[in-house]
Design a protein around this ligand. Sequence first.
Ligand code: GLA
Length: 340
Amino acid sequence: MNQTFNSVPSLKGLFAADFKIGAAVNPSTIRTQESLLTHHFNSITAENEMKFVSVHPEEQTYTFEAADRLVEFAREHGMAMRGHTLVWHNQTSDWLFRDRQGGTVGKDVLLGRVREHIHAVVGRYKNEIYAWDVVNEAIADEGEALLRTSKWTEIAGPDFIAKAFEYAHEADPQALLFYNDYNESNPQKRDKIYTLVQSLLEQGAPIHGIGLQAHWNLFDPSLDEIRAAIEKYASLGLQLQLTELDVSMFRFEDRRIDLTEPEPGMLEQQAERYEAVFRLLLEYRDVISGVTFWGAADDYTWLDDFPVRGRKNWPFLFDAHHRPKAAFERVAALAAEKRP
Ligand code: GLA
């Protein structure tokens, strides 16, 4: 197989009638992966550049340069842009939760600050960003508690979630607003996400979609679990997007560090897994409006440092030289197959 990424049909073309095909990018990859991105993808997400700490490091300081560059790239190439993310327990500036004496602010101050932040960021990209991950990862992974304990819950209780959606909607009434989370196909967490979103809908919060991060691997989650999650979320009447898809070669518990190339069979296994995943996604194309990978090709992935620092991983459809992998071939064949 000596194909280059641009001698094959584009992913965005193959799935044009189904869902957008996205990639997470940063100011470096829009250069190093530019041709690959523009050939295959019609949507991008900023990997880190729109997170709270990136755009609002101090109360009086907004830093939009890197985010602007990515938005500019999307505009130049006619790509859709997703916004990621407004309210999260990570990568959020500490000043947000502190008063001038170094104590913790009260609920009204926190909500006032976050409203101002959301208006500034969402307002700035009003005509450019069509969908926002408004709240990221608020659900607790373990135990009975619905919400993860964080500064947000400690200061504001559960209300910060509905408020964030209200503020985002005020700032851009056209934007599609998503709740986004990982381990989204785990039955226990799935049910909690469902409960949260259902209660947001009951409160009248302006929420339009659920983002399934989809940080998956060759083995987990099972197709049945993914299907059950899609069905359950879709029953709320919202649209779904896969927002951070990657298929790691390793089980989460597998902490081996010795592989510098995929083991024999791994690429084939990954091809089968991707084919099965996309077959399932196509079944639900009426409710799935976007499939975004958390990167684009194997030369750059956060999985090279997670959960094992410095361990190479190969989670995408394109290899480190941006050549289509077996997984690409299978996904492309599938897209072609369903059209007579
Ligand atoms: C989560 C976040 C992303 C990113 C990934 C890891 O899924 O939503 O912004 O930080 O972790 O890179």
